[in-house]
Design a protein around this ligand. Structure first.
Ligand code: TYM
Length: 334
């Protein structure tokens, strides 16, 4: 197969993905599965860094898979699997950890942010080594591209550095991946605080559009989104961050250009605009929610898809680990 390869991952941290996850990443996953050899994983090992309740984690992992399928992943066109089902992820992660400096790991903004909040003494070591596990996720599959949102850019840079370091020291074994990060939609902002990204770790849920929320809840959240001064519907990230965020969402889900939407709303107010955004979002998500709930009614079907995905993923991942282990001097088990 000569198609370029993509790999990406998503954490099963919450019951539902949010619109940022979809527009920043999963929407591209769906498109790329047609043109690329695509590997997508639910990164349950990464989710352990936030010490989830075991029952919740199990439930959220299956809910994540159901949502990915409902959003358009087709297991005949991509390899969909759960990270912990492929032990090679941990095997390569350790090698990556041994190649990473304390300094460069300490400079990762996600670690810095979290350790500032929690205190360096109390933060888990897993939060610190998280980027090296992510590097392993990507490098195992020799991925050419990694479709993610803007907040993952630094992790991809580290992955590239580690791959280059490995190749220089031990010979070319790893593909140097590139981030596949859109110009528009790579950062969707909180509806109540358009200076922060939409995030599942937000304190208030009112600015978060969840894929599995009911149409009523999402309509209410969009209609009460914070708007800016003035009354024009114009894209201007500095002067109108709230409206610009809504325009980005509207455009990505409707396929209309931002300029065309601005024209449609000339002379109209924020109320009309927010009503229209709510309708586009709710109608887009309505069948997704229904499909995800239907899929969750048949966990055996989901398990079968994951079993087949893990089998396919392991073939590629094990090959990389065997090559890496040999190059670094680990002798194979006889
Ligand atoms: P996670 O689970 O936090 O998010 C999944 C994807 O959603 C994107 N995203 C956003 N995009 C636009 N606007 C937002 N507000 C927004 N919030 C989240 C993220 O950029 C991501 O693409 N470390 C990763 C998971 C991971 C991974 C990997 C990704 C583990 N291994 C290997 C790629 C390749 C994470 O925590 O994503």
């Amino acid at each position: 197969m000569n198609k370029p390869r993509v790999l990406s991952g998503i954490q099963p941290t919450n019951g539902s993905f949010h619109l940022g996850n979809y527009l920043g990443a999963v929407k591209q996953w769906v498109e790329l599965q047609e043109s690329h050899d695509a590997f997508y994983c639910v990164v349950d090992l990464h989710a352990l860094t936030s010490s989830p309740d075991p029952k919740e984690l199990r439930k959220n992992t299956l809910t994540s898979v159901a949502q990915l399928l409902a959003l358009g992943l087709n297991p005949d066109h991509c390899t969909l699997f759960v990270q912990s089902h492929v032990p090679a992820h941990n095997q390569l992660a350790w090698v990556m950890e041994c190649m990473t400096g304390m300094g460069e790991a300490s400079r990762m903004t996600q670690f810095k942010d979290k350790s500032q909040k929690t205190g360096t003494d109390r933060i888990g070591v897993g939060v610190f080594t998280y980027p090296m596990l992510m590097a392993a996720d990507i490098l195992l599959y020799q991925a050419d591209q990694v479709p993610v949102g803007e907040d993952q850019r630094q992790h991809i840079e580290l992955t590239r550095d580690l791959a280059e370091r490995f190749n220089t020291t031990y010979g070319k074994a790893l593909t140097i991946p590139e981030g596949y990060i859109l110009k528009s939609g790579a950062k969707i902002y909180d509806l109540q605080d358009p200076s922060s990204k939409m995030s599942k770790s937000t304190e208030s849920l009112s600015g978060l559009i969840e894929i599995l929320d009911t149409p009523e809840v999402n309509t209410k959240k969009i209609k009460s989104a914070i708007t800016d001064t003035g009354r024009e519907i114009k894209f201007h990230t500095q002067e109108k961050p709230g409206i610009s965020n809504l325009l980005t969402i509207f455009s990505a889900l409707s396929g209309k250009s931002v300029t065309d939407i601005e024209k449609d709303f000339e002379g109209k107010g924020y109320g009309d605009f927010k009503g229209a955004v709510a309708e586009v979002v709710v109608e887009y998500l309505r069948p997704v929610r229904a499909k995800a709930l239907e899929l969750l009614d048949d966990p055996t079907h989901l398990s079968k898809i994951l079993h087949a995905g893990a089998e396919k993923a392991a073939v590629v991942a094990d090959k990389t680990v065997a090559d890496v282990y040999e190059r670094i001097g680990l002798i194979p088990r006889a």
